[in-house]
Design a protein around this ligand. Structure first.
Ligand SMILES: C[S@@+](CC[C@H](N)C(=O)[O-])C[C@H]1O[C@@H](n2cnc3c(N)ncnc32)[C@H](O)[C@@H]1O
Length: 205
């Protein structure tokens, strides 16, 4: 699926996204500030920031930039930030596979429910790594294929179907991190079934 198709899908979802994917994914979003180990003045980038639901969980004493491909998702994020009185948050329309930031620009980089929505997750994670400072923290929250082989096989089989509606289900966490040269520091279940996980990595360049 092309980047253009992904953008179209999320433009369409934007009006109902919070209703459908708001409460369902909130447990992960609430864990994000702690996993990111934030400190006053830290520069945080969220890739695939969507309607700003994760940003809304962040403390006010950090510098936040959110990027997303879908203008309609970003419009919602702008509205949310205005309601929260967070004019300081920078929201930009940008393709996360080609981040328009210099190397080592951020202390922390977050991808919440995002990497499985892109055609090339490896490229996105490489970009997250590039813009993150050495020693910085990268947190990825996502659906990863189940460790139980039969469930994992079913998820891989169904992945092309799910991808038509915006996300793939055939992504394995550890091979992705290994391919991108990221060392996993924490690996946490987000939901009680263990289908969704948060992976925290230190950016050792
Ligand atoms: C499932 S939503 C997650 C949104 C948000 N992080 C959250 O917690 O609700 C995935 C988001 O990634 C965006 N997206 C998909 N591909 C992208 C890309 N290549 N670059 C930037 N954003 C992208 C979509 O537009 C969508 O807003």
């Amino acid at each position: 699926m092309s980047v253009e198709h992904v953008e179209k899908v999320y433009n369409t979802y934007s009006s109902v996204y919070d209703l459908i994917f708001g409460p369902v994914f909130n447990s992960g979003r609430e864990m994000a500030p702690d996993l990111l180990n934030l400190y006053p003045g830290a520069r945080l980038l969220e890739v695939g920031a969507g309607t700003g639901l994760s940003i809304a969980e962040m403390p006010r004493d950090i510098e936040i930039t959110g990027v997303d491909l879908s203008q309609k998702m970003l419009d919602k994020a702008h509205k949310r930030m205005a309601q929260l009185g967070r004019a300081d948050v920078q929201l930009l329309k940008m393709d996360a596979t080609r981040l328009e930031f210099g190397d080592n620009s951020f202390d922390r980089v977050l991808a919440a429910y995002f990497v499985s929505t892109v055609p090339d997750p490896v490229r996105v994670v490489h970009e997250m790594k590039r813009v993150c400072k050495p020693g910085g923290i990268i947190v990825i929250m996502n659906h990863f294929t189940h460790e139980v082989p039969l469930v994992g096989a079913l998820e891989r089989f169904l992945s092309p179907l799910f991808y038509r509606v915006g996300f793939r289900t055939d992504l394995s966490a550890r091979p992705l991190m290994e391919e991108c040269g990221l060392e996993v520091d924490r690996f946490e279940k987000i939901d009680f079934m263990g289908n969704w996980k948060a992976v925290r990595c230190f950016n050792r360049k």
